[in-house]
Design a protein around this ligand. Structure first.
Ligand code: HPA
Length: 279
């Protein structure tokens, strides 16, 4: 069971090492997209192993480092690598860093992930703004002990993905000449990719892309009042959409190839966020 003091202990340990007392914006970078963390100005890098209560990320393409620094001249905290259910981490472990980020002042969270395209109009390399999600991970990170200092027991998920941030993402993409999709992300645990029958079912449910992350962090972040922008890189078409055989290497390779474009987009978004408008 994770208690408030555990989050506070981690936040205190980080405050002792971070140059600033508070960070309004944080990024959680998914498969193959973690390089952005290496491009922050004045970086301070802290391995998850050094942070009390943080589990380390063993997933490929995930470094397991918290980087504090500046992006577009603004202070940000950047999680290079996240934790997944398929690694055996509990929902509590997966969402632990989100609550610690909240204690460090974070009010806007940008999450990126790799996802399989379910929408037949999508192509490999597309970037999708997450408009909404479907949680098929078989659990909710907030089930269990209620920690009222973070938020209400029952809370609204009607606009989990902040409309103002979604609009900002589209405006920034247009300025950069990038095309952005917008759709529904469905989360499964993995690690097996889906069957074609599952993908047909997910499409019927209204999903546009499928992945193995993000939803637990978003639930925990919404609970404690953060504004959220989710960006999915479509690294492959989901099972049955094409005949192609899915591999993890392919997902990471596409992530690397597209990383520059997504980095430019995220940098532009961070430069343009007006905190007063979203919170
Ligand atoms: N399915 C689930 N997760 C994924 C996929 C996929 O096709 N691609 C990248 N992450």
């Amino acid at each position: 069971m994770t208690h408030l003091t555990d989050y506070e202990t981690a936040a205190a340990a980080l405050r002792a090492r971070l140059p600033l007392p508070s960070y309004p914006v944080a990024l959680i970078l998914g498969s193959g997209l973690g390089e952005l963390g290496d491009r922050l100005a004045n970086p301070v890098k802290i391995p998850y192993e050094d942070i009390p209560g943080f589990a380390s990320s063993g997933a490929p393409g995930h470094k397991g480092t918290l980087v504090a620094g500046e992006l577009a001249g603004r202070p940000v905290l950047c999680m290079q690598g996240r934790l997944h259910r398929y690694e055996g981490h509990s929902f509590a472990q997966i969402t632990f860093p989100v609550r610690v980020l909240r204690l460090l002042g974070v009010r806007a969270l940008i999450v990126t992930n790799a996802a399989g395209g379910i929408n037949t109009g999508y192509a490999v390399g597309d970037v999708m703004v997450i408009a909404d999600h479907i949680n098929l991970m078989g659990g909710n990170p907030l089930a269990g002990l209620h920690e009222p200092s973070f938020g209400e027991r029952f809370f609204d998920m009607g606009t989990a993905y902040t409309p103002a941030l979604r609009a900002l993402a589209h405006a920034c993409a247009a300025r950069l000449g990038q095309t952005l999709r917008e759709g529904v992300y469905i989360a499964v645990t993995g690690p097996s990719y889906e069957t074609p029958a599952e993908i047909r079912a997910f499409r019927a449910l209204g999903a546009d892309a499928v992945g193995m992350s993000t939803v637990p962090e978003v639930i925990a972040a919404r609970h404690c009042g953060m504004d959220i922008l989710g960006l999915s890189l479509i690294t492959n078409l989901a099972a049955g959409v094409t005949e192609a055989v899915l591999s993890g290497e392919e997902v990471i390779a596409i992530g690397r190839a597209k990383a520059k474009e997504m980095e430019a987009l995220v940098t532009e978004i961070v430069a343009e966020i007006v905190m007063e408008e979203i919170t």
